[in-house]
Design a protein around this ligand. Structure first.
Ligand code: SAH
Length: 378
């Protein structure tokens, strides 16, 4: 027996573990993991649960939801807003989440340019007239690389407790596999897509002939879109109303990148400074033990460099050093730390991002710390 399926009675009272809706969402998550789409739209997104799950997929940069019922979308849409942690540690990718109020029977330019469009348990809610327009809107107009459509498989219904006609009172129809597949194949043929059929919710042992509880068609566009085909005959007038928009903090945004780099530079410089000071303290102690031997080693690095000599050492060396009460940490050393390096990419960018935000030596080659107050505190 399938692991996701629990048969409570032989008579066919079935229960899915995890619940069927979760299995449908997991199917989409797996597909996202496989194809790594950047822009994903969920049509008939209802309370935005799938969108909320998808916001954690790091390949996605644009998420959009559409539903004809604004109130159901608004119920839990706050879950799509950035959290304090997103601001404290902005992600490397950018992410914008938008919710639109409107119908899949209408075209709106905000739905252009998506890589993946999901329609989970949507089509069976459409009136005949809406279902007729749906293929032209989704496949003809939106024309994403991949479309996923899921809908109940009516052949499974006799196994579901309490289902008389349809699984939900708002369903306008429920198709068996042959009906769904002939509609899907005709749609795919007309709009140059290929389609493969699968599903979630396995039937109980011995009843495999009914097929999956939820049937799924995965449509893949056969030819890449040219910029001409993407634009031709596409209306530019909006038909949907935007009800929610969240732009997540991202390191792609110079403002957040600068904050991250400045904190990382200060943090790294503090670590280097601490280890330098510890080393000097150790040398100092050794010097006191045997003043004749250690004197030369200690003197140049602590308190005795003239301003000019200090500058020269910074220029010539990657070594941090102390001059009087000031510790110099060369930027080249800081840049060699992997996190700083990854954040900035180039040394020039590091310079640019910290300019005016971090105290640098007069030639701009080293981060400076004054140890005076620190010593007082200690
Ligand atoms: N995809 C969700 C919800 C399925 S219920 C899930 O898997 O749980 C179907 C949703 O489609 C409802 O929220 C309903 O309001 C919406 N819907 C119905 N007709 C629609 C239309 N013409 N355009 C857009 N959404 C529609």
């Amino acid at each position: 027996m399938d692991k996701n399926f629990q048969e409570e009675q032989y008579t066919g009272i079935v229960k899915f573990i995890p619940p069927l809706y979760e299995q449908r969402y997991q199917f989409i998550k797996d597909l996202v993991g496989k194809y790594k789409p950047k822009k994903v739209a969920d049509l008939g997104c209802a309370d935005c649960t799938l969108l909320w799950m998808l916001k954690f997929c790091s390949c996605i940069e644009v998420l959009a939801g559409l539903d004809v019922c604004a109130s159901v979308m608004k119920e839990k849409m706050h879950r799509l807003s950035p959290l304090p942690g997103d601001y404290l540690q902005p992600a490397e990718r950018s992410l914008t989440v938008t919710l639109h109020h409107g119908s899949v029977a209408h075209k709106d330019p905000c739905m252009l340019g998506f890589d993946l469009v999901t329609c989970i348990e949507l089509i069976e809610h459409l009136e005949q007239s809406e279902l007729k327009k749906f293929p032209e809107v989704v496949f003809g107009f939106m024309a994403p690389s991949i479309v996923v459509i899921s809908t109940p498989n009516s052949e499974f219904n006799p196994l579901l407790p309490g289902v008389m006609l349809f699984r939900h009172p708002d369903h306008k129809f429920e198709w068996n596999r042959a009906q769904f597949q002939s509609w899907a194949l005709e749609t795919a043929r007309r709009y140059d897509y290929s389609v493969e059929f699968t599903g979630v919710g396995h039937p109980p042992a011995g009843m495999e002939n009914v097929g999956f509880c939820t049937q799924i068609g995965v449509f893949v566009r056969k030819y890449p879109q040219t910029s001409e085909s993407a634009q031709s005959g596409k209306p530019t007038e909006a038909a949907y109303k935007t009800v929610f928009k969240a732009v997540y903090p991202s390191l792609k945004d110079e403002k957040y990148l600068q904050n991250a780099v400045v904190s990382e530079v200060i943090f790294t410089a503090q670590i280097i400074k601490r280890s330098l000071m510890d080393r000097l303290m150790l040398e100092h102690e050794e010097y006191n033990d045997d003043p004749t031997e250690k004197k030369c080693k200690f003197q140049p690095s602590f308190n005795c460099l003239s301003e000019d000599l200090g500058k020269l050492v910074v220029e010539k060396s990657m070594e941090p050093f102390v001059n009087g009460n000031v510790v110099y940490i060369p930027l080249t050393t800081i840049f060699s730390f992997p996190k700083v390096n990854r954040l900035c990419g180039t040394f020039e960018k590091l310079h640019k991002l910290i300019a005016g935000k971090v105290t640098l030596s007069s030639d701009g080659s080293a981060v400076m710390f004054n140890t005076e107050h620190e010593n007082e505190e200690n």
